[in-house]
Design a binder for this molecule. Sequence first.
Ligand SMILES: [Mg+2]
Length: 321
Amino acid sequence: MSMVITREHRERAAGALVASAVGDALGAGYEFTHPTPDTHIDMIGGGPFGFAPGEWTDDTSMTIAVATAATQHDLRTCAGLDSVVAEFLRWSGSNPKDIGNQTRAVLSQVPASAAEMTRVAQALPGRTGGNGSLMRTSPVGLRHLDDGVACIAAARAVSDLTHSDPRAGEACEMWSYAIRHAVLTGTFDGVRQYLDVVGADTKSFWTPLLDQAERGAPADFPNNGWVVHALQTAWWAITSTDRSNSGHLAAALEQAVRAGNDTDTVAAIAGGLLGARWGLSAVPPRWRSQLHGWPGSKADYLEDLADRILDCIAPRGERLG
Ligand SMILES: [Mg+2]
């Protein structure tokens, strides 16, 4: 499929990666705490893993790994998924401060290919529905901007590398589809539209959960280390804040952190969709300028990755900025 990539597409694609990283860095200082509703949320750093103010965590590092693979490959292909695995191992070899439990268990086996990694993930005992694949899914919607069916397939395959629980796969499909839709249209409608293009079981599982997120409060979905409650908390943060202007992006990220518990990951998830909807220009400059992390990078690195991913769909006629 061929399509024209506009300036707006590039602005929103960059917004998806940068706002996700901003949410991650914003939440890092509050992980496993429960800020009160009047807590001033800022890039304070610290938290259980001692991040610097503005430093992103594993959520963004793994997003960069997926994004880097996406600059060269279709993420549904063996070559694309093998490249994601190689990038994951490059990152985990850098001795990161924090790696999620499921991801650590899979990467510690040093899988030689995506097929092997997926098999290792499937063999993990116990609960396999952590939020660790949802937090890194934002590049998938960019790479498959021209094809919603491909976007869903790629989201599932990248999730399955570490998370075999089908709900983790569905959450990644939904969020990637919604990010793609937001980059294309500048709306949040893709979340619900995903449910119209998937099977009846998936639709009947998620519809009441989205309803609950829109009507409820974080106490209704408190286990946000679980992918289902993480997605609900992110959707709650997005839908419970004023959506009438681009100030929504910052307000919803703060709201996501105030929900407490796995604050960096929930805010990273929310940020991916918020940035795709509102674009890079909605990211507060004070946050964008503080942003940094593996591999010794800043926000402009994420913006360049987004541009290079879109170049795979259609070469640029005009550079952003
Ligand atoms: Mg993290």
